[in-house]
Design a protein around this ligand. Structure first.
Ligand SMILES: C[S@@+](CC[C@H](N)C(=O)[O-])C[C@H]1O[C@@H](n2cnc3c(N)ncnc32)[C@H](O)[C@@H]1O
Length: 423
Protein backbone atom coordinates (compact mmCIF):
# COMPACT_ATOMS: atom_id res chain seq x y z
CA UNK A 1 0.00 0.00 0.00
CA UNK A 2 1.35 3.38 -1.03
CA UNK A 3 0.49 6.69 0.65
CA UNK A 4 1.42 10.06 -0.84
CA UNK A 5 0.79 13.12 1.31
CA UNK A 6 0.39 16.47 -0.45
CA UNK A 7 1.38 19.07 2.14
CA UNK A 8 3.14 22.39 2.51
CA UNK A 9 4.42 21.13 5.89
CA UNK A 10 6.05 17.75 5.12
CA UNK A 11 8.08 18.05 8.33
CA UNK A 12 4.86 17.27 10.24
CA UNK A 13 4.43 13.90 8.54
CA UNK A 14 7.72 12.00 8.75
CA UNK A 15 8.40 12.08 12.53
CA UNK A 16 4.98 10.63 13.34
CA UNK A 17 5.57 7.55 11.20
CA UNK A 18 8.86 6.18 12.50
CA UNK A 19 7.69 4.05 15.45
CA UNK A 20 5.02 1.52 16.37
CA UNK A 21 2.91 -0.54 13.97
CA UNK A 22 3.22 1.95 11.10
CA UNK A 23 7.00 2.39 11.60
CA UNK A 24 7.53 -1.39 11.47
CA UNK A 25 5.30 -1.72 8.39
CA UNK A 26 7.38 0.93 6.62
CA UNK A 27 10.64 -0.82 7.57
CA UNK A 28 9.25 -4.12 6.29
CA UNK A 29 8.17 -2.39 3.06
CA UNK A 30 4.50 -3.40 3.52
CA UNK A 31 3.55 0.26 3.23
CA UNK A 32 5.38 3.27 1.80
CA UNK A 33 4.78 6.92 2.68
CA UNK A 34 6.14 9.93 0.81
CA UNK A 35 5.31 13.64 0.75
CA UNK A 36 5.01 16.13 -2.08
CA UNK A 37 5.16 19.87 -1.36
CA UNK A 38 2.97 22.14 -3.55
CA UNK A 39 5.60 24.87 -3.03
CA UNK A 40 7.86 22.88 -5.39
CA UNK A 41 5.32 23.59 -8.13
CA UNK A 42 5.31 27.39 -7.79
CA UNK A 43 7.08 29.75 -10.15
CA UNK A 44 7.58 32.90 -8.06
CA UNK A 45 10.40 33.96 -5.79
CA UNK A 46 8.32 33.54 -2.62
CA UNK A 47 7.01 30.10 -3.63
CA UNK A 48 3.47 31.34 -2.99
CA UNK A 49 0.76 28.72 -2.38
CA UNK A 50 -2.03 30.99 -1.03
CA UNK A 51 -3.97 34.04 -2.09
CA UNK A 52 -6.78 36.27 -0.79
CA UNK A 53 -10.36 34.95 -1.04
CA UNK A 54 -12.64 36.25 -3.80
CA UNK A 55 -15.55 38.03 -2.14
CA UNK A 56 -13.45 39.06 0.85
CA UNK A 57 -13.38 37.56 4.31
CA UNK A 58 -10.65 36.59 6.73
CA UNK A 59 -7.55 34.52 5.97
CA UNK A 60 -6.11 33.12 2.78
CA UNK A 61 -7.11 30.33 0.38
CA UNK A 62 -4.81 27.69 -1.14
CA UNK A 63 -4.15 28.46 -4.79
CA UNK A 64 -5.37 25.77 -7.19
CA UNK A 65 -2.43 25.55 -9.64
CA UNK A 66 0.42 24.41 -7.32
CA UNK A 67 -1.96 22.02 -5.54
CA UNK A 68 -3.20 20.45 -8.78
CA UNK A 69 0.37 20.16 -10.11
CA UNK A 70 1.45 18.43 -6.88
CA UNK A 71 -1.52 16.05 -7.00
CA UNK A 72 -0.82 15.33 -10.68
CA UNK A 73 2.80 14.46 -9.91
CA UNK A 74 1.69 11.79 -7.40
CA UNK A 75 0.55 9.49 -10.23
CA UNK A 76 -2.54 7.27 -10.32
CA UNK A 77 -4.25 6.93 -6.96
CA UNK A 78 -7.43 7.60 -4.97
CA UNK A 79 -7.26 11.31 -4.13
CA UNK A 80 -8.65 12.33 -0.74
CA UNK A 81 -8.91 15.89 0.54
CA UNK A 82 -8.94 16.19 4.34
CA UNK A 83 -11.75 18.63 4.98
CA UNK A 84 -14.17 19.44 7.83
CA UNK A 85 -16.84 19.52 5.12
CA UNK A 86 -16.16 15.92 4.05
CA UNK A 87 -17.84 12.67 5.07
CA UNK A 88 -16.85 11.72 8.64
CA UNK A 89 -14.32 8.87 8.66
CA UNK A 90 -15.66 5.52 9.87
CA UNK A 91 -14.09 2.10 10.31
CA UNK A 92 -16.23 0.84 7.40
CA UNK A 93 -14.71 3.47 5.10
CA UNK A 94 -11.22 2.70 6.46
CA UNK A 95 -11.75 -0.96 5.48
CA UNK A 96 -12.75 0.08 1.94
CA UNK A 97 -9.74 2.39 1.62
CA UNK A 98 -7.43 -0.46 2.73
CA UNK A 99 -8.38 -2.30 -0.48
CA UNK A 100 -6.92 0.47 -2.68
CA UNK A 101 -3.26 0.42 -3.88
CA UNK A 102 -2.43 4.10 -3.59
CA UNK A 103 -3.98 6.84 -1.46
CA UNK A 104 -3.10 10.47 -2.23
CA UNK A 105 -3.88 12.47 0.91
CA UNK A 106 -4.25 16.18 0.22
CA UNK A 107 -3.84 18.49 3.23
CA UNK A 108 -5.50 21.89 3.25
CA UNK A 109 -4.10 24.84 5.20
CA UNK A 110 -5.22 28.46 5.74
CA UNK A 111 -9.01 28.90 5.27
CA UNK A 112 -9.17 25.98 2.86
CA UNK A 113 -8.75 25.10 -0.79
CA UNK A 114 -9.96 26.78 -4.01
CA UNK A 115 -13.17 24.88 -4.92
CA UNK A 116 -12.03 24.28 -8.53
CA UNK A 117 -8.98 22.36 -7.30
CA UNK A 118 -11.41 20.08 -5.44
CA UNK A 119 -13.62 19.66 -8.52
CA UNK A 120 -10.67 18.91 -10.79
CA UNK A 121 -8.28 17.00 -8.57
CA UNK A 122 -10.12 15.27 -5.71
CA UNK A 123 -12.13 12.01 -5.64
CA UNK A 124 -13.44 12.23 -2.10
CA UNK A 125 -13.45 14.60 0.90
CA UNK A 126 -13.04 13.08 4.36
CA UNK A 127 -13.51 14.77 7.75
CA UNK A 128 -12.04 13.65 11.05
CA UNK A 129 -15.01 14.99 12.97
CA UNK A 130 -17.05 18.08 13.68
CA UNK A 131 -14.22 20.36 14.77
CA UNK A 132 -11.68 22.48 12.92
CA UNK A 133 -7.99 21.65 12.79
CA UNK A 134 -5.39 24.07 11.49
CA UNK A 135 -4.39 21.74 8.67
CA UNK A 136 -5.06 18.37 7.06
CA UNK A 137 -1.76 16.76 8.13
CA UNK A 138 -3.07 15.22 11.37
CA UNK A 139 -6.00 13.84 9.37
CA UNK A 140 -3.64 12.33 6.80
CA UNK A 141 -1.69 10.68 9.63
CA UNK A 142 -4.93 9.30 11.10
CA UNK A 143 -5.88 7.78 7.74
CA UNK A 144 -2.38 6.30 7.25
CA UNK A 145 -2.51 4.73 10.73
CA UNK A 146 -6.08 3.39 10.55
CA UNK A 147 -5.76 2.06 6.99
CA UNK A 148 -2.27 0.51 7.46
CA UNK A 149 -3.42 -1.75 10.27
CA UNK A 150 -5.91 -3.38 7.88
CA UNK A 151 -3.30 -3.92 5.15
CA UNK A 152 -2.45 -7.65 5.11
CA UNK A 153 0.84 -8.35 6.92
CA UNK A 154 0.89 -5.14 8.99
CA UNK A 155 -0.61 -6.50 12.23
CA UNK A 156 0.88 -9.66 13.74
CA UNK A 157 -2.44 -11.44 14.25
CA UNK A 158 -5.07 -10.62 11.65
CA UNK A 159 -7.82 -11.24 14.25
CA UNK A 160 -6.63 -8.22 16.27
CA UNK A 161 -8.22 -5.96 13.67
CA UNK A 162 -11.34 -8.11 13.19
CA UNK A 163 -12.27 -8.06 16.87
CA UNK A 164 -11.83 -4.35 17.48
CA UNK A 165 -14.29 -1.55 18.15
CA UNK A 166 -16.48 -0.69 15.14
CA UNK A 167 -15.47 -3.77 13.10
CA UNK A 168 -18.93 -5.22 13.77
CA UNK A 169 -20.62 -1.85 14.30
CA UNK A 170 -20.14 -2.20 18.08
CA UNK A 171 -17.61 -0.91 20.60
CA UNK A 172 -15.08 -3.41 21.90
CA UNK A 173 -15.51 -5.25 25.22
CA UNK A 174 -13.26 -4.25 28.19
CA UNK A 175 -9.76 -5.76 28.24
CA UNK A 176 -7.74 -6.96 31.26
CA UNK A 177 -4.21 -8.18 31.91
CA UNK A 178 -2.28 -9.15 35.08
CA UNK A 179 -2.45 -8.53 38.04
CA UNK A 180 -5.61 -10.56 38.82
CA UNK A 181 -6.63 -7.89 41.34
CA UNK A 182 -5.80 -4.19 41.39
CA UNK A 183 -6.77 -1.86 44.22
CA UNK A 184 -9.58 -4.23 45.28
CA UNK A 185 -10.84 -4.64 41.70
CA UNK A 186 -10.67 -8.24 40.48
CA UNK A 187 -10.62 -9.29 36.84
CA UNK A 188 -14.09 -10.70 35.89
CA UNK A 189 -13.82 -14.41 36.91
CA UNK A 190 -15.16 -15.71 33.56
CA UNK A 191 -12.00 -14.44 31.81
CA UNK A 192 -9.83 -16.71 33.95
CA UNK A 193 -12.18 -19.69 33.63
CA UNK A 194 -10.60 -21.16 30.49
CA UNK A 195 -14.15 -21.67 29.12
CA UNK A 196 -13.81 -20.14 25.66
CA UNK A 197 -17.51 -20.24 24.83
CA UNK A 198 -18.39 -18.48 28.10
CA UNK A 199 -15.66 -15.89 27.48
CA UNK A 200 -16.96 -15.20 23.95
CA UNK A 201 -20.52 -14.78 25.29
CA UNK A 202 -19.34 -12.46 28.08
CA UNK A 203 -17.37 -10.35 25.62
CA UNK A 204 -20.30 -10.05 23.23
CA UNK A 205 -22.62 -9.06 26.06
CA UNK A 206 -20.17 -6.41 27.30
CA UNK A 207 -19.73 -5.11 23.79
CA UNK A 208 -23.49 -4.72 23.34
CA UNK A 209 -23.91 -3.12 26.78
CA UNK A 210 -21.06 -0.69 26.21
CA UNK A 211 -22.38 0.35 22.80
CA UNK A 212 -25.92 0.81 24.16
CA UNK A 213 -24.79 3.03 27.04
CA UNK A 214 -22.02 4.98 25.30
CA UNK A 215 -23.16 5.12 21.70
CA UNK A 216 -26.95 4.71 21.36
CA UNK A 217 -26.59 5.91 17.75
CA UNK A 218 -24.35 2.94 16.86
CA UNK A 219 -26.55 0.56 18.86
CA UNK A 220 -29.61 1.65 16.88
CA UNK A 221 -27.87 0.90 13.57
CA UNK A 222 -26.67 -2.53 14.77
CA UNK A 223 -28.64 -5.47 13.40
CA UNK A 224 -28.70 -8.03 16.23
CA UNK A 225 -27.70 -11.62 15.56
CA UNK A 226 -29.73 -14.56 16.89
CA UNK A 227 -27.19 -14.87 19.71
CA UNK A 228 -27.58 -11.14 20.53
CA UNK A 229 -31.35 -11.64 20.75
CA UNK A 230 -30.78 -14.42 23.27
CA UNK A 231 -28.60 -12.14 25.40
CA UNK A 232 -31.02 -9.22 25.12
CA UNK A 233 -34.51 -10.24 23.92
CA UNK A 234 -35.82 -7.77 21.28
CA UNK A 235 -37.42 -4.79 22.95
CA UNK A 236 -40.46 -4.49 20.71
CA UNK A 237 -41.70 -7.94 21.73
CA UNK A 238 -41.74 -6.92 25.41
CA UNK A 239 -43.10 -3.41 24.88
CA UNK A 240 -46.67 -2.47 25.85
CA UNK A 241 -48.50 0.68 24.85
CA UNK A 242 -51.13 2.16 27.16
CA UNK A 243 -53.75 4.72 26.21
CA UNK A 244 -54.52 6.56 29.45
CA UNK A 245 -57.98 8.14 29.93
CA UNK A 246 -57.26 8.87 33.61
CA UNK A 247 -55.35 10.60 35.20
CA UNK A 248 -55.10 13.20 32.43
CA UNK A 249 -55.61 16.98 32.40
CA UNK A 250 -58.02 19.22 30.53
CA UNK A 251 -57.31 22.64 29.00
CA UNK A 252 -57.40 24.24 32.49
CA UNK A 253 -54.96 21.69 33.93
CA UNK A 254 -57.77 20.10 35.99
CA UNK A 255 -57.52 16.33 36.47
CA UNK A 256 -60.23 14.63 34.40
CA UNK A 257 -61.27 11.31 32.87
CA UNK A 258 -61.71 11.42 29.10
CA UNK A 259 -64.13 9.36 27.02
CA UNK A 260 -63.12 6.44 24.86
CA UNK A 261 -62.66 7.06 21.14
CA UNK A 262 -63.36 4.25 18.69
CA UNK A 263 -60.56 5.30 16.31
CA UNK A 264 -57.97 5.19 19.11
CA UNK A 265 -58.76 1.56 19.89
CA UNK A 266 -58.56 0.52 16.29
CA UNK A 267 -55.65 2.58 14.98
CA UNK A 268 -53.27 2.17 17.92
CA UNK A 269 -53.92 -1.60 17.91
CA UNK A 270 -52.86 -1.68 14.25
CA UNK A 271 -49.74 0.40 14.97
CA UNK A 272 -48.89 -1.86 17.93
CA UNK A 273 -49.22 -4.92 15.70
CA UNK A 274 -47.11 -3.39 12.93
CA UNK A 275 -44.22 -2.77 15.32
CA UNK A 276 -44.52 -6.17 16.98
CA UNK A 277 -45.61 -5.04 20.47
CA UNK A 278 -46.69 -7.41 23.23
CA UNK A 279 -49.87 -5.57 24.19
CA UNK A 280 -52.02 -2.46 23.89
CA UNK A 281 -53.81 -1.41 27.08
CA UNK A 282 -56.81 0.88 27.28
CA UNK A 283 -56.94 2.46 30.72
CA UNK A 284 -60.13 3.95 32.10
CA UNK A 285 -61.69 3.75 35.58
CA UNK A 286 -65.20 3.75 34.09
CA UNK A 287 -66.53 0.19 33.88
CA UNK A 288 -68.95 0.83 31.03
CA UNK A 289 -66.11 2.39 28.98
CA UNK A 290 -63.91 -0.66 29.56
CA UNK A 291 -66.82 -2.89 28.53
CA UNK A 292 -67.28 -0.81 25.40
CA UNK A 293 -63.58 -1.14 24.51
CA UNK A 294 -63.77 -4.90 24.94
CA UNK A 295 -66.98 -5.04 22.91
CA UNK A 296 -65.45 -3.05 20.03
CA UNK A 297 -62.25 -5.14 20.00
CA UNK A 298 -64.29 -8.38 20.14
CA UNK A 299 -66.52 -7.25 17.27
CA UNK A 300 -63.49 -6.80 15.02
CA UNK A 301 -61.92 -10.06 16.22
CA UNK A 302 -65.17 -11.89 15.38
CA UNK A 303 -65.30 -10.39 11.86
CA UNK A 304 -64.47 -13.35 9.64
CA UNK A 305 -63.52 -11.04 6.74
CA UNK A 306 -60.82 -9.20 8.63
CA UNK A 307 -58.14 -11.61 9.87
CA UNK A 308 -55.41 -8.93 9.72
CA UNK A 309 -57.51 -6.53 11.74
CA UNK A 310 -58.49 -9.27 14.18
CA UNK A 311 -54.81 -10.06 14.85
CA UNK A 312 -54.21 -6.41 15.77
CA UNK A 313 -57.32 -6.12 17.94
CA UNK A 314 -56.26 -9.22 19.90
CA UNK A 315 -53.52 -7.04 21.41
CA UNK A 316 -56.18 -4.94 23.18
CA UNK A 317 -56.47 -5.31 26.95
CA UNK A 318 -58.41 -3.10 29.35
CA UNK A 319 -57.46 -1.92 32.85
CA UNK A 320 -59.09 0.38 35.42
CA UNK A 321 -55.82 2.15 36.25
CA UNK A 322 -52.16 2.43 35.30
CA UNK A 323 -51.36 0.34 38.40
CA UNK A 324 -53.64 -2.48 37.20
CA UNK A 325 -52.01 -2.46 33.76
CA UNK A 326 -48.58 -2.62 35.47
CA UNK A 327 -49.78 -5.59 37.57
CA UNK A 328 -51.07 -7.38 34.42
CA UNK A 329 -47.75 -6.82 32.60
CA UNK A 330 -45.81 -7.96 35.69
CA UNK A 331 -47.86 -11.18 35.77
CA UNK A 332 -47.25 -11.76 32.05
CA UNK A 333 -43.47 -11.19 32.08
CA UNK A 334 -42.61 -12.15 35.64
CA UNK A 335 -41.05 -8.74 36.28
CA UNK A 336 -42.49 -5.22 36.56
CA UNK A 337 -42.12 -2.97 33.53
CA UNK A 338 -39.99 0.12 33.07
CA UNK A 339 -42.66 2.83 32.74
CA UNK A 340 -42.09 5.66 30.28
CA UNK A 341 -44.25 8.76 30.07
CA UNK A 342 -44.86 10.86 26.97
CA UNK A 343 -45.84 14.48 26.53
CA UNK A 344 -46.13 17.06 23.79
CA UNK A 345 -44.83 19.67 26.23
CA UNK A 346 -41.12 19.87 27.07
CA UNK A 347 -41.88 21.09 30.63
CA UNK A 348 -44.04 18.09 31.69
CA UNK A 349 -42.67 15.62 34.26
CA UNK A 350 -40.03 18.14 35.40
CA UNK A 351 -38.31 15.72 37.79
CA UNK A 352 -37.87 12.87 35.30
CA UNK A 353 -34.91 12.34 32.98
CA UNK A 354 -35.68 13.03 29.31
CA UNK A 355 -34.78 10.38 26.76
CA UNK A 356 -34.86 10.36 22.99
CA UNK A 357 -36.32 7.28 21.26
CA UNK A 358 -32.78 6.22 20.30
CA UNK A 359 -31.60 6.47 23.92
CA UNK A 360 -34.67 4.60 25.16
CA UNK A 361 -34.20 1.83 22.61
CA UNK A 362 -30.59 1.36 23.75
CA UNK A 363 -31.13 1.51 27.52
CA UNK A 364 -34.34 -0.52 27.57
CA UNK A 365 -32.92 -3.24 25.30
CA UNK A 366 -30.12 -4.04 27.76
CA UNK A 367 -32.57 -3.81 30.68
CA UNK A 368 -34.35 -7.16 31.23
CA UNK A 369 -37.65 -5.51 32.19
CA UNK A 370 -40.62 -5.16 29.83
CA UNK A 371 -41.41 -1.61 28.72
CA UNK A 372 -44.68 0.26 29.21
CA UNK A 373 -45.17 3.47 27.23
CA UNK A 374 -47.98 5.71 28.48
CA UNK A 375 -49.87 7.86 25.97
CA UNK A 376 -52.13 10.56 27.37
CA UNK A 377 -55.54 11.62 26.06
CA UNK A 378 -57.18 15.03 26.62
CA UNK A 379 -54.51 17.67 27.24
CA UNK A 380 -51.98 15.04 28.27
CA UNK A 381 -50.94 12.81 31.20
CA UNK A 382 -51.35 14.31 34.69
CA UNK A 383 -47.65 14.30 35.51
CA UNK A 384 -48.07 14.65 39.30
CA UNK A 385 -50.23 11.51 39.52
CA UNK A 386 -48.00 9.03 37.73
CA UNK A 387 -45.24 8.10 40.21
CA UNK A 388 -44.47 4.85 38.36
CA UNK A 389 -42.88 6.66 35.37
CA UNK A 390 -39.08 6.53 35.46
CA UNK A 391 -38.37 8.71 32.43
CA UNK A 392 -40.17 10.77 29.81
CA UNK A 393 -39.72 10.68 26.05
CA UNK A 394 -38.77 13.95 24.40
CA UNK A 395 -41.76 15.54 22.62
CA UNK A 396 -42.25 14.65 18.98
CA UNK A 397 -41.03 17.56 16.92
CA UNK A 398 -41.01 18.48 13.29
CA UNK A 399 -39.80 21.56 11.44
CA UNK A 400 -42.73 23.66 12.75
CA UNK A 401 -43.26 24.66 16.38
CA UNK A 402 -46.79 23.18 16.31
CA UNK A 403 -46.90 19.59 17.65
CA UNK A 404 -50.49 18.97 18.73
CA UNK A 405 -50.82 15.53 17.19
CA UNK A 406 -53.76 13.23 17.78
CA UNK A 407 -52.76 10.49 20.21
CA UNK A 408 -53.13 7.96 17.37
CA UNK A 409 -50.63 9.83 15.23
CA UNK A 410 -48.28 10.48 18.15
CA UNK A 411 -48.30 6.78 19.06
CA UNK A 412 -47.54 5.76 15.48
CA UNK A 413 -44.71 8.31 15.11
CA UNK A 414 -43.21 7.25 18.43
CA UNK A 415 -43.29 3.57 17.58
CA UNK A 416 -41.65 4.32 14.26
CA UNK A 417 -38.93 6.42 15.89
CA UNK A 418 -38.30 3.58 18.33
CA UNK A 419 -38.58 0.48 16.20
CA UNK A 420 -38.26 1.35 12.52
CA UNK A 421 -35.52 -0.67 10.85
CA UNK A 422 -32.46 1.36 9.81
CA UNK A 423 -32.96 2.44 6.18
C1 LIG B 1 -8.41 25.92 9.33
S1 LIG B 1 -8.96 24.58 8.37
C2 LIG B 1 -10.08 25.37 7.26
C3 LIG B 1 -11.47 25.36 7.81
C4 LIG B 1 -12.47 25.98 6.84
N1 LIG B 1 -12.40 27.39 6.84
C5 LIG B 1 -13.88 25.57 7.26
O1 LIG B 1 -14.49 26.24 8.09
O2 LIG B 1 -14.36 24.48 6.81
C6 LIG B 1 -7.57 24.23 7.32
C7 LIG B 1 -7.49 22.82 6.78
O3 LIG B 1 -7.40 21.90 7.88
C8 LIG B 1 -7.94 20.64 7.51
N2 LIG B 1 -8.99 20.30 8.51
C9 LIG B 1 -9.49 21.09 9.46
N3 LIG B 1 -10.41 20.46 10.22
C10 LIG B 1 -10.52 19.22 9.73
C11 LIG B 1 -11.33 18.08 10.06
N4 LIG B 1 -12.23 18.12 11.05
N5 LIG B 1 -11.16 16.95 9.32
C12 LIG B 1 -10.29 16.90 8.29
N6 LIG B 1 -9.51 17.95 7.93
C13 LIG B 1 -9.62 19.09 8.63
C14 LIG B 1 -8.49 20.80 6.10
O4 LIG B 1 -7.54 20.28 5.19
C15 LIG B 1 -8.66 22.31 5.97
O5 LIG B 1 -8.60 22.73 4.62
Amino acid sequence: MKFTVITILPELIEPALTAGVVGRAREAGTITVSSINPRDFTHDRHRTVDDTPYGGGPGMVMKPEPLLAAIGSAGQGHRILLSPGGRPLTQARVAELARKDHLVLVCGRYEGVDERAIELGIDEEISLGDYVLSGGELGALVIIDAVSRLVPGVLGEPESAVDESFSHGLLEYPQYTRPAELDGRPVPPVLASGNHAAIATWRREQSLRRTATRRPDLFRAHVPTKADNKLFPPLHARTHLALVHHPVVDRNAAIVTTALTNFDIHDLARSSMTYGLAGYHIITPITSQRDKATHIADAWIADAQGEHRAAALRLVRVADSIETAIADITAEHGTPPMVVATSARAESFPTLPRVTPTQLLATATIDPRPLLILLGTGWGLADTLIPSASCVLTPIDGPSTWNHLSVRSAGAVLLDRLFSRPA
